[in-house]
Write a protein that binds this ligand. Structure first.
Ligand code: NAD
Length: 442
């Protein structure tokens, strides 16, 4: 099948490469000239394990191509995916649909024969119907359907998530004269390789598919905020949050995932999607108070973490040298969007800390987001050199392997604030550290 993918970012590029790997002919349209030049040169503008090989193999096999001409890409395509960004709209947190609507107009102007226009971006309820209206207004002559196919991949394990998803969600216009049957046939054919691994493909109404994505991300964000609050409670009452989360998570109704405490959730999806869901729900007159609280708890948590770092070092960070391990919002990505490191380091810098940071892949992406004056180091031990306090913000695997004695030899102070609980408290104490983690007071 021929497919056009509008947008070559995380989702567009991974989806395009995976659809090509399934044997389809995929044309990616990207408007950012730097990103496009990189892709055409065989360079991957984002860090995602395995993506470089997958893109290179499929480009070499002639199944994956990159360009800026939408007409070239959509000619002969049976499915046209919209995978452009939907950042929070300035001011109110609702999703900004400028790029989605622009893409819909461009597709309409360029389209010829029948195709299904599929929204992969995360969009508010009603967007797929609005896309259909825009296409009809722009080109009343066109024969097309719309579908919603929200993406659930995680950065850092995006290819595995796309190739072996827990489920695929497809929203169809069930009010169309054929009940969405023609679009369903196209999407079924596209996802047929997944039937072999028995990944469920769920067909539902457009509105339900759009909302399922927000509901899923918001539920996961709520689970993280829940365990973060439990961790704070554990700190106060002398309980251990890891034992607690195992004790809870082995209950099949609860599940073990997303019960790991930390400095608050970040990334390009959870903060914006939780906020957008609260706005969608308010506008619909059915407020989601649990998610409103989740947003508030998470915002407050990031601020509180800077206070926790200061308190661990005696109350003030002025003039103190702080080593920061990890900047990205999670390991195995260079994505800095909404990383908890940003508000935490901004506060520490404002309060006069001397910051030395290291991240295995995120330092270049981090610089524009972080305050000036941070020293970017070559390794974790380089960051730790002569530091008074060492702070872990991202649980990169290479940090887990740091020997307590090596850290003690590098640092001049003896304070560690491990906001991801990657170190063994007993080993750190044995090495002479005042070791603080999250929800493990004993
Ligand atoms: P991104 O910003 O990395 O990529 C979007 C790309 O689209 C950019 O490269 C941009 O230049 C390009 N673009 C914008 N308008 C265009 C146009 N008219 N024609 C061609 N290219 C255009 O964004 P992303 O992280 O890939 O996210 C895309 C969508 O997928 C968002 O709605 C997001 O919420 C959703 N999503 C993201 C993830 C994730 O982990 N990043 C996971 C699931 C869903």
């Amino acid at each position: 099948m021929r497919i056009a993918m509008i947008g070559g970012g995380y989702v567009g590029l991974v989806s395009a490469a995976c659809f090509a790997e399934f044997g389809n002919q995929v044309s990616v349209v990207e408007i950012d000239p730097d990103r496009l030049a990189a892709l055409r040169d065989g360079r991957i503008p984002i860090y995602e394990p395995g993506l470089d090989t997958l893109v290179a193999d499929n480009a070499r096999a002639g199944r994956l191509s990159f360009g800026s001409d939408i007409a070239d890409a959509v000619t002969g395509a049976e499915a046209i995916f919209i995978a452009v960004g939907t950042p929070p709209r300035n001011g109110d947190g609702q999703a900004d649909l400028t790029y989605v609507h622009q893409a819909a107009r461009q597709i309409a102007r360029a389209m010829g024969d029948y195709a299904v226009i599929v929204t992969k971006s995360t969009v508010p309820v009603g967007t797929s119907r609005r896309i259909a209206e825009i296409v009809r207004e722009t080109r009343p002559d066109l024969d097309f359907d719309v579908a919603s196919n929200p993406e659930f991949l995680r950065e850092g394990s995006a290819i595995g998530d796309f190739m072996r998803p827990d489920r695929v969600i497809v929203g169809l216009d069930q009010t169309a004269p054929d009940g969405g049957a023609r679009a369903r046939a196209v999407l079924s054919a596209l996802y047929r390789p997944l039937y072999l691994i028995e990944a469920p493909v769920l067909f539902m109404a457009l509105e339900t598919a759009e909302l399922t994505k927000y509901a899923s991300n918001s539920f996961l964000a709520m689970k993280i905020s829940f365990i973060n609050e439990m961790a704070d409670l554990c700190d106060k009452v002398g309980a251990n949050v890891h034992d607690l989360s195992r004790g809870m998570g082995l209950d099949g109704r609860i599940g073990r995932k997303f019960l790991h405490p930390g400095p608050g959730y970040g990334g390009s999806c959870f903060p914006k999607d939780t906020l957008a869901l609260t706005r969608i729900a308010q506008e619909a007159g059915a407020p989601t108070r649990l998610i409103e609280a989740t947003v508030g708890v998470n915002d407050a948590r990031k601020v509180a973490m800077a206070g926790r770092i200061a308190a661990a070092g005696g109350g003030s960070v002025r003039g103190r040298r702080i080593a920061v391990l990890g900047l990205t919002f999670k390991p195995e990505t260079d994505d800095m969007r909404e990383s908890p490191s940003i508000p935490i380091l901004v506060r520490l810098a404002e309060q006069g800390a001397e910051l030395r940071a290291f991240d295995p892949v995120g330092m270049q992406a981090a610089r524009p987001h972080l305050p000036p004056g941070i020293t970017y180091c070559d390794s974790a031990l380089d960051a730790a050199r002569d530091a008074d306090t060492l702070v872990v913000l991202t649980e990169w695997n290479e940090f887990r392997a740091l020997a307590p004695n090596a850290l003690a030899a590098a640092m001049r102070g003896r304070v560690i604030v491990d906001l991801r609980n990657i170190f063994d408290p007993a080993a750190m104490r044995a090495a002479g550290f005042h070791y603080h983690s999250v929800g493990r007071p004993i």
